[in-house]
Design a protein around this ligand. Structure first.
Ligand code: NAG
Ligand code: NAG
Ligand code: NAG
Ligand code: NAG
Ligand code: NAG
Ligand code: NAG
Length: 664
């Protein structure tokens, strides 16, 4: 049977600590996170021993498979957490994200592993456990933080986990823990209890787990019924029930114990910090004394120590011990001591650096937005750039010495992406600090550079070269600018219920169409802006692109790309009637349908054009069809339509789909 339990002590950031308020009865458990990994989805239960509520892990991770341990390993005394596991056979790194942690606070974090031959292989795996970017997570945040627990597949079996527990502790506890240094529990012992019982919450307000340790052949057990409080300002808040039992050496002997160093590939020579907790449990006569020295590996650590009467105190080192494969502690009576040495409890930790910093927070949120929005099919989990060896596939990260790693480029080629680019990202693409490679995503289009035509020209090139997406950014025009662009609104291209459409020319020579909301048409100003907002996020080769808008001194206008061949209606019935071949007509119908499909299925929320007709299908110089005027129907009266109200059926009679008419 293999049961492992790893405790981490970590501190987040440098701000104020968590206040732990004690009430009557059970200590305050606010902020405790207790997870039973592999427990059926959405399930929870109250733990029989601690009365803490454990929840299923489905809210903290979205990969992996649940397994029950093998029947022969089930022991009636087991905590429920041991009965099931979540395993991660497929990913190199699997991460749990525990949210809502207070920055600047210290936490105890425990991950529990009960193999129980859950996979039938009878071979417990070996894997790495990270807290975020280190073995732990260091965070320095201004808002709420989260801890990510990552299990890293090292090729020696499938990582799995049985339980995860997070407990906030007072900032004064375990003073060796700071933002750049954490402690990993090696052993935590309660000396001399008469019963083989584990002590944890609620006896220990921080849910530290104290395992019993006694050796009757070597030691005498002593205990008291009197409460043992900590010395004033104790950094360890020892539970009385732990301190009420102890062992003393038999006459003229010392108390000896040792531990072996456990090197890892990250820490070949781990440093150890030891905390020994003492309290005198006997009322001593004036002629009696208990004094002793403490040595580590033969070196004096504390030359003369006398425990406080019924009061717990801790001997601990600030700096770790290094350079040995085995460490022994010897507690030896002083020459004039009338009583043998005593020890009540002890903890040994190894020291771990938490100085690795996470990837720049804004970069992380940008790439997370991409991942969520496009449901990128890559195993993107944990920190994007750290540790370096586990940086996400498809990212180019830059590592500076004195600042957090940054994401320089994202490659999402060939991912079936569709839709638009998140605005936070656009800014960085625009100012040149981020490169986005998005080729081979036929439904993700930038302006009039239709993906299809780029692909046809040079598919290999697109797949590997960064394409600036500046065209996605909409510009805000002033009324004065519009006057310049349209040469004082000289040429009218068309008229609508909202006002006129004018021909315009941008500084770079681009032909545009400027739709100006007429002053008399006060109605729908709000809808006008709402729709402008919607259009900003729509990019498809068969939909007319919005270049910008104007909201200036009562002027409201939308600036579109201008379609040189006018509307399909003109081509069919107007000046150019009869000029289209059947093949051209078929293509226009197909392309219009593709634009509509994009509105209906790729946009979120889906959009309904509500006025698809030949007049609203515009043609580019090479007769490519683009849908225009969509959305505005909600707000504006159309030619030949008599009503404006949004509560009413809008659109042009004869062009409305029966489904829309019946279900509006
Ligand atoms: C584990 O056992 C429980 C109870 O026996 C059962 O409800 C559950 O479906 C099992 N889960 C798996 C993954 O086999
Ligand atoms: C935490 O962040 C602040 C501001 O970002 C910085 O000034 C401070 O040095 C950081 N503290 C640590 C311990 O990294
Ligand atoms: C954390 O503690 C270690 C050891 O005492 C020390 O070297 C380090 O500078 C401390 N870090 C901070 C941020 O105080
Ligand atoms: C200490 O003094 C008590 C009486 O107060 C006596 O009974 C005891 O034997 C003395 N012990 C030693 C070690 O001298
Ligand atoms: C403890 O360590 C020291 C130094 O390594 C060694 O000399 C001594 O024999 C050890 N004692 C025991 C009891 O292992
Ligand atoms: C025992 O001896 C030490 C010096 O080795 C001294 O400091 C201490 O006060 C003595 N204790 C008693 C109770 O005499």
């Amino acid at each position: 049977m293999v049961i492992g339990s790893w405790w981490f002590l970590l501190v987040l950031g440098a701000a104020a600590g968590v206040r732990v308020v004690r009430g009557q009865g059970a200590p305050d458990s606010t902020g405790f996170i207790s997870i039973d990994c592999g427990f059926p989805e959405k399930g929870s239960y109250v733990d029989g021993t601690t009365k803490l509520t454990y929840v299923s892990d489905d809210g903290f991770i979205d990969i992996g498979a649940n397994h029950n341990i093998s029947a022969e390993f089930i022991n009636p005394g087991f905590t429920k957490r041991f009965l099931n596991v979540r395993s991660f056979p497929d990913a190199a790194r699997s991460c749990y994200t525990l949210g809502s942690l207070a920055p600047g606070s210290k936490y105890l974090f425990r991950a529990t592993f009960m193999y129980g031959n859950y996979d039938g292989l009878n071979s417990p795996p070996v894997f790495d456990l990270y807290l975020g970017v280190n073995f732990w997570q260091t965070m320095n945040l201004t808002g709420l933080g989260s801890v990510e627990v990552c299990l890293v597949n090292t090729g020696s079996g499938t990582p799995f986990v049985s339980g995860l527990e997070l407990r906030p502790v007072k900032s004064t506890l375990y003073p060796q823990v700071n933002t750049t240094q954490g402690l990993v529990l090696h052993a935590r012992r309660n000396f001399g209890p008469s019963e083989v019982a584990v002590i944890r919450y609620p006896d220990d307000p921080y849910d530290r787990v104290w395992l019993p340790w006694s050796d009757p052949a070597e030691w005498l057990e002593v205990s008291t019924a009197e409460v043992v409080n900590g010395v004033f300002g104790s950094n360890f808040e020892m539970p009385s029930v732990v301190m009420q039992t102890a062992v003393t050496a038999r006459v003229s002997k010392s108390i000896e114990f040792s531990w072996d160093a456990e090197p890892s590939h990250v820490y070949p020579d781990p440093g150890y910090i030891c905390m020994l907790h003492f309290a005198e449990l006997q009322h001593l006569n004036s002629n009696a004394s208990r004094q002793f020295s403490i040595t580590i590996n033969g070196h004096v650590w504390y030359s003369l120590y006398r425990p406080y009467s019924f009061t717990s105190d801790t001997v601990y080192s600030k700096l770790p011990q290094h350079g040995s494969t085995k460490y022994n502690i010897s507690i030896k009576a002083a020459a004039n001591s009338t009583l043998p040495p005593i020890i009540n409890a002890g903890e040994v930790f190894s020291v771990i650096s938490t100085a690795n910093v996470r990837t720049d927070v804004q970069d992380v949120s940008a790439v997370m937005a991409i991942k969520a929005k496009y449901q990128v099919k890559k195993d993107w989990m944990g920190d994007p750039c750290v540790p370096k060896a586990l940086a996400w596939n498809g990212l180019t990260c830059s590592y500076a010495i004195s600042s957090p790693p940054r994401i320089e480029a994202i490659d999402v080629t060939g991912n079936q992406l569709s839709g638009s680019i998140p605005t936070g990202l656009l800014k960085r693409i625009q100012d040149g600090t981020l490169t986005l490679r998005y080729g081979d995503n036929p439904n993700l289009c930038s302006n009039d550079n239709s993906c299809q035509s780029i692909k046809k020209r040079n598919p290999m090139l697109v797949a590997s070269i960064a394409v600036p997406l500046v065209a996605f950014v909409n510009r805000r025009f002033t009324y004065t600018e519009l006057k310049v662009i349209t040469n004082n609104f000289r040429r009218v291209l068309g008229k609508g219920g909202f006002g006129n459409v004018y021909a315009g020319l941008l500084e770079d020579g681009t032909h545009v169409a400027v739709k100006l909301l007429s002053e008399s048409s006060n109605q729908g100003a709000e809808e006008f802006l709402t729709e402008a907002d919607t259009l900003t996020n729509i990019h498809h080769k068969n939909i007319v692109s919005l270049f910008g808008y104007c909201k200036d001194r009562g002027c409201m206008a939308l600036v579109y790309e201008r379609m040189s061949e006018g509307s399909l209606e003109d081509k069919l019935r107007g000046k150019g009637a009869g000029s289209l071949t059947w093949i051209q007509r078929l293509r226009i119908a197909l392309e219009s349908a593709q634009g509509l499909e994009y509105l209906h299925t790729a946009c979120s929320p889906p959009l309904v054009h509500r006025d698809v007709k030949a007049a609203n299908i515009l043609l580019s110089a090479n007769l490519e069809a683009k849908i225009a005027d969509f959305g505005l129907l909600k707000a504006f009266k159309r030619d030949g339509d008599t009503h404006v109200s949004t509560a009413r059926l809008v659109g042009t009679r004869g062009y409305l789909s029966p489904e829309y008419v019946y279900t509006r």
